[in-house]
Design a protein around this ligand. Structure first.
Ligand SMILES: [Zn+2]
Length: 587
């Protein structure tokens, strides 16, 4: 692959080196001949400011030059051209990571090829992804001293919003109204990807772990404790924005890794808000990362030295983050199609990794994830620690495989067609509707069919075809009793109100076209449907959203608005945070 290197701001303008300069990095991304914008095969930077009603001149990135290498901080801060380059490069890097992890092209949620990115979209302390408007919109605002803060210069905000767009492309159904886990999943997943992806920038990690300069090649061992690492700027999200809206001078917008775990946290009404709920997911993922990192450090750190070589510390962090990042991305293929829960995501994480690496390896990523999610009361589906003794320890917590005893009918199913023809996939689904326990009276539809080629670190190649199908039933509340599912109309709901219910599943086929997994959310599961209907009815009946959020269109366009900046509730919660004292790595 031909690549090019271009300069970005590595974290955001508030994160500086010891010489006082903004921390930047040169990033390698795929080379493409760009039109002015820049406008490439997947991104179109449109620099329109809807507040000022001005168009900035589209920026042309010259073929083999990085115009912003070694430029002054004030040029980076004040050049709209650099801002355009910054968002283009950071989002392309993220897209490349997703495509590499999946072994295939990844669509945007908007279902257009070139996602619109507006680096100076409006004057407001906000940024959001909108599938309806086919783009990501970054705001800017003046702080107390009159200085302009640009959200398009924050690595974490850019990656967070772009992850929403990618996740929306992989699971379009996750913007359909559901119970709190689903929205929380979007937020927590986006935060985790934003933080883990920074660790791939080794030079940046070295500077932020060390003394802030490029020259010191050593790090004190007492900086490598779990507590110290969690406080590092690398583990926080959106430092500049957090500082501007906080009374403290250096404050990340979110630092989930410091939240105190509780097995009852998900039941707390406070944690129904999507960002607070998302923090629980990212706390589990990021604490797993710290644990793996420390496990790796312990394997080689000398007992007596006070200082150790920083390059090896950075290498360990980068490898651990990269592995977890790929696990998180690959897990999406194994996630249910509708109404995802954190328990289901954990199950998918473990399954995706097991499929590629049967053995959990010496750093025990899956064992650590089980433990860290467990601290928040999140366990895999059908998980029973007592029964796992009979199971292959490597398979603990994974989805159940299709048993060879199940009578799946492959009659007249052509393997080659199954990889790219949705009608062939539907034929398979329909002729197996009994054994797969589909609800026959629902509207049933294949919504995606994708093949992937994944390469494990040991060179093992895994070929899979992933097929998503969805089932839908739409009824008036008064007719609920006419369908063959025991659903109760919530008290106070009008007879004429429309209720839309969803179910569906993922079919994972192996390289021979044989069904390996069926990860289903049954539409005729009364527990599931009653929980969702009651939650949506009770949380939206008094709001302008109307129709209780049961229609697919609800929330389109502004779904992820306020996504980064909805912070008041977070600050309330922060008072209750404390740092977990954990074993010191150097002891
Ligand atoms: Zn968000």
């Amino acid at each position: 692959m031909i690549t090019r290197k271009l300069t970005i701001i590595a974290q955001d303008p508030s994160v500086k080196k010891s010489d006082g300069k903004i921390l930047t990095a040169q990033i390698e991304i795929p080379y493409e001949e760009l039109s002015p914008g820049p406008r490439g095969y997947r991104l179109n930077i449109v620099d329109y400011d809807s507040t000022q009603k001005v168009f900035y001149k589209p920026y042309s990135i010259k073929n083999n030059t990085d115009e912003f290498e070694n430029q002054s901080d004030s040029t980076l801060l004040n050049s709209p051209e650099f801002h355009a380059q910054n968002v283009y490069v950071i989002i392309m890097r993220l897209l490349t990571k997703f495509e590499f992890a999946f072994g295939r092209r990844v669509p945007w949620g908007s279902n257009i090829h070139q996602l619109n990115i507006c680096p100076h979209a409006f004057a407001d302390a906000n940024a959001y992804y909108s599938d309806y408007d086919n783009g990501i919109f970054f705001g800017y605002f003046a702080n107390n001293t009159g200085k302009t803060i640009y959200t398009c210069l924050s690595h974490d905000i850019i990656v967070h919003e772009a992850t929403h767009a990618l996740l929306d492309g992989i699971r379009k159904t996750y913007i359909v109204p559901s119970y709190p886990d689903q929205e929380g999943f979007h937020e927590g997943f986006a935060d985790s990807i934003a933080i883990l992806s920074v660790f791939g920038l080794k030079e940046v990690v070295k500077i932020l772990l060390g003394d802030g300069s490029e020259s010191d090649n050593h790090i004190r061992k007492d900086k490598l404790t779990s507590t110290q690492l969690k406080k590092n700027v690398l583990l926080g999200l959106a430092e500049e924005f957090g500082s501007e809206i906080s009374e403290h001078s250096v404050e990340s917008l979110r630092r989930a890794v410091l939240r105190k775990p509780s097995r009852n946290a998900l039941k707390d009404p406070l944690n129904q808000e999507s960002h607070l709920r998302g923090e629980i997911l990212s706390a589990a993922i990021l604490n797993s990362f710290i644990e793996v990192w420390i496990k790796r450090l312990k394997s080689w750190l000398p007992e007596i030295d006070h200082k150790v070589l920083i390059d090896r510390v950075v290498e360990d962090a980068s490898d651990a983050a990269d592995h977890l990042l790929k696990m998180c991305i690959r897990a999406l293929d194994y996630c249910p199609v509708v109404d995802i829960t954190f328990n289901e995501f954990l199950t998918s994480l473990l399954t995706a990794d097991f499929e590629l690496l049967i053995d959990d390896g010496k750093y025990k990523y899956r064992e650590i994830l089980l433990e860290e999610f467990g601290r928040w009361g999140i366990e895999p589906i059908n998980y029973n620690p007592q029964q796992t003794k009979n199971k292959n320890p490597n398979e603990v917590g994974t989805w159940n495989k299709i048993s060879t005893n199940e009578s799946i009918d492959y009659e007249q199913i052509h393997k080659a067609s199954l990889e790219d023809d949705q009608n062939e996939a539907f034929k398979f689904l329909w002729q197996n509707r009994k054994v797969l326990e589909l609800y026959e009276d629902a509207f049933t539809q294949i919504i995606s069919l994708r093949t992937s080629i994944r390469v494990a670190p040991d060179g093992f190649v895994l070929n899979e075809t992933v097929c998503e199908y969805k089932q839908t039933i739409e009824v008036e509340a008064k007719s609920l009793s006419n369908i063959n599912i025991k659903i109760l109309k919530p008290n106070g709901m009008k007879d004429t109100d429309i209720i839309k219910m969803h179910g569906g599943g993922v079919l994972i086929f192996d390289e021979f076209g044989k069904l390996k997994y069926h990860i289903a959310t049954r539409i005729d599961d009364p527990d599931h449907q009653n929980l969702r209907i009651n939650y949506l009815f009770n949380t939206t009946k008094d709001t302008a959203k109307g129709r209780y959020g049961f229609t697919d269109g609800m929330g389109r366009g502004k779904k992820f608005s306020n996504s980064i900046f909805d912070v008041d509730k977070n600050n309330k919660q922060k008072d209750e945070w404390n740092i977990q004292e954990t074993e010191e790595v150097t002891q």
